[in-house]
Design a protein around this ligand. Structure first.
Ligand code: HEC
Length: 480
C-alpha cells in the first residue's frame, strides 16, 4: 500500500543551487571576489546592466569567441581564394573542371582581382562566427530558466544584483554556503529547485506545428508535380502588368508581313533623330564624291542594310546613278576600281580626305582636346608617344601569353603616310585587332585625336627649325 503511495507522490525536486541578492554592483563585485576566493567555482552573477570588473571577480575564463571568429574569417578567406582560383583559373580534365577566363591579359590566378569576393566571404563568415558563436557559447536561445520561478529574481531587470552558486560545485554544502553568502553581504538567500512541471508544450501548439510542417510540404510537392507533368492551362500570373499582350516578339515569325518577319528593316533612307550623317567628310573621313558609288559608310554595320550595295540596278537607274548601275550589271574590272572588296579586317580603300573637314577648327583648343582624348583612349595601348608601348601592352607582353597583338607604332612609315581620313576611319571602325571607338568618342573628338596624332608624328621628325624662337634659345643656352 505504502509503496504505491510512494510512486504516486511527486518526487522531491532537485536542488540546483543558492541564489543570493546583493544591494548594488559594488557589493556584488566584493561578494563575487570573496566567494571565488573561498574556492567556489560554479558561480554566476546576474545584474540589470554590465558590471565592469565582474568577470575578473568571478575569475571567469576568457572567452574563446575571438578564436572562433578568427577561424571562421580565415576559412572565408581561403574558401574565397580557392573558389575563384578553381572557377576561373583552372581548366582541368576532371569532370568538375573550372573555366579559364582570359580577361584583358589578366593572369588566371590574380590576387588583386580576387580581393572583392575574398574580402566579402571573410567578413561574412567572421560575422556568422561572432553571432552564432556567441549564441552557442551562451547556450542560447533558451526559453526558460528555473531562476524565473524566484520572485526576488524578477528585479534583475531593474535593480536586483544576484550571485548564483550551483549545487554541483565541489565546495557546495547547503547550510554552510548559505551562511557564507550572508556573511559576504547578501541581503537574502534563496534555494532554487529544478522545475519539473510544465515541461511539455500544450497540445494545441504541437498540433499547430504539425499542420504548418505538413502545409510546408505542399509547395515542393506542387513544384515536383508541375515539373514532371504538362498542362494546357496558361501560367498563373499574379500581376499581369505588360507580360501578356497581343504582340509579336523580336526574331519571331509574323503572318502580317509578306516576308513573314515580325522585325522590320528600316525604311530606306531612314536616319535616326539627331543622327544626320550628311557631312561625309566629318563623319566618314571620305571625300564627298566617293559617296556616289558604294556609299560612304560600308564599314558601318548599322548602315549596311540600306547603303547602295543593297540596292538593285533598277533602283540605281531610277536614282540617276548610271555608273553604279553599270557596275552592278556586268562584271567589268572598273567594279573593283570603284569599290574593291574589303579584305577581312582591312578597311576598303576609299577616297580618304587629306585635309581636316571644314567643321573642325585647327586651334590650340582642338589640339589640347585631342591630346587629352588620346591619352585617355589610345595611350593605354599605343603609349603616350604612340610608340606602341602603352601600360596594357607592357603588362600583356610581360605575361607573354601569346594572345596579345602589339599595337602598331604610330610613327612607322605605313601610318605616317596615311591621309587623315584613313586614320579617322581607323579610330572609328578599328582595324584588324584594334577595336573601333566611334561609339565612345564623338566624331569631333576623333578628329581632335587625329590632329594630335599628326602632331605626335611630326614631333618624332622635328628639326631645330620647328621650335619657336624662345624655346630654341633656351636649348642653345643649355648646350653652353
Ligand atoms: C586595345 C588597345 C588599343 C587601343 C586602345 C587603341 N589601339 Fe590602335 N591599334 C591597336 C592594335 C593592336 C593595332 C594593330 C592592329 C593589327 O595589326 O591587328 C592598332 C593599330 C593602330 C593604327 C595603325 C592602323 C593601320 O593602318 O595599320 C593606328 C593609326 C591606330 N591604331 C590608332 C589608334 C588611335 C588613334 C587610338 C585611340 C583612339 C587607338 N589606336 C587605340 C590597339 C589599340
Amino acid at each position: 500500500m505504502s509503496e504505491i503511495a510512494n510512486i504516486d507522490a511527486t518526487p522531491e525536486p532537485k536542488r540546483l543551487g543558492l541564489l543570493a541578492q546583493f544591494a548594488g554592483p559594488d557589493e556584488l563585485i566584493v561578494a563575487a571576489e570573496k566567494v571565488t576566493d573561498a574556492g567556489y567555482k560554479k558561480v554566476e552573477a546576474y545584474a540589470p546592466f554590465a558590471v565592469i570588473g565582474i568577470d575578473e571577480a568571478l575569475k571567469a575564463k576568457k572567452t574563446i569567441l575571438p578564436w572562433i571568429v578568427f577561424c571562421m574569417g580565415l576559412s572565408g578567406c581561403l574558401i574565397g581564394i580557392t573558389m575563384q582560383c578553381y572557377m576561373n583559373g583552372m581548366e582541368g580534365s576532371w569532370w568538375l573542371a573550372g573555366y579559364e577566363f582570359l580577361i584583358s591579359g589578366k593572369p588566371f590566378f590574380s590576387i588583386p582581382a580576387f580581393i572583392p569576393v575574398t574580402f566579402e566571404l571573410t567578413i561574412l563568415l567572421s560575422a556568422f562566427g561572432a553571432f552564432f558563436g556567441m549564441l552557442a557559447l551562451n547556450k542560447l536561445p533558451r526559453f526558460f530558466s528555473p531562476l524565473f520561478r524566484s520572485e526576488r529574481f524578477a528585479d534583475v531587470t531593474t535593480d536586483g544584483f544576484f550571485l548564483f552558486v550551483e549545487a554541483g560545485d565541489a565546495k557546495y554544502a547547503e547550510a554552510e554556503t548559505e551562511a557564507y553568502l550572508t556573511s559576504v553581504g547578501a541581503t537574502g538567500v534563496e534555494a532554487i529547485n529544478e522545475v519539473v512541471e510544465g515541461r511539455t508544450l500544450p497540445a494545441g501548439i504541437h498540433l499547430a506545428g504539425a499542420s504548418v510542417a505538413t502545409a510546408a510540404l505542399l509547395i515542393p510537392l506542387y513544384l515536383w508535380m508541375t515539373s514532371s507533368t504538362t498542362t494546357s492551362l496558361p501560367r498563373i500570373t499574379l500581376f499581369k502588368d505588360m507580360e501578356h499582350q497581343a504582340k509579336f516578339q523580336a526574331q519571331q515569325p509574323s503572318p502580317i508581313f509578306k516576308d513573314g518577319r515580325s522585325m522590320r528593316r528600316p525604311i530606306e533612307g531612314t536616319i535616326a533623330r539627331g543622327r544626320s550623317f550628311d557631312d561625309v567628310e566629318l563623319y566618314y573621313g571620305e571625300k564627298p564624291e566617293a559617296s556616289v558609288v558604294g556609299g560612304p559608310n560600308q564599314g558601318d554595320l548599322r548602315f549596311a542594310s540600306y547603303n547602295n550595295e543593297d540596292r538593285t540596278k533598277a533602283q540605281l537607274v531610277a536614282e540617276g546613278d548610271e555608273e553604279g548601275a553599270a557596275a552592278e550589271g556586268e562584271d567589268d574590272p572598273s567594279d573593283d576600281a570603284v569599290a574593291p572588296a574589303p579584305v577581312a579586317g582591312e578597311p576598303a580603300e576609299k577616297d580618304w580626305v587629306t585635309e581636316f573637314p571644314a567643321a573642325i577648327k585647327i586651334t590650340q583648343e582642338t589640339m589640347d582636346r585631342g591630346e587629352q582624348r588620346f591619352n585617355i583612349y589610345c595611350a593605354t595601348c599605343h603609349g603616350l608617344t604612340g610608340a606602341g608601348d602603352g601600360l596594357i601592352t607592357q603588362r600583356a607582353m610581360s605575361l607573354n601569353q601569346g594572345t596579345w597583338t602589339q599595337p602598331t607604332s604610330l610613327h612607322v612609315e605605313a601610318v605616317t603616310v596615311q591621309p587623315v581620313g584613313r586614320i579617322f576611319n581607323t579610330i572609328s571602325n578599328g582595324i584588324r585587332k584594334m577595336p573601333g571607338y566611334k561609339e565612345q568618342i564623338s566624331a569631333e573628338d576623333r578628329w581632335a585625336i587625329v590632329l594630335y596624332l599628326k602632331a605626335l608624328q611630326r614631333s618624332q621628325k622635328a628639326t631645330a627649325e620647328d621650335l619657336p624662337a624662345d624655346k630654341l634659345r633656351e636649348i642653345s643656352n643649355l648646350k653652353k
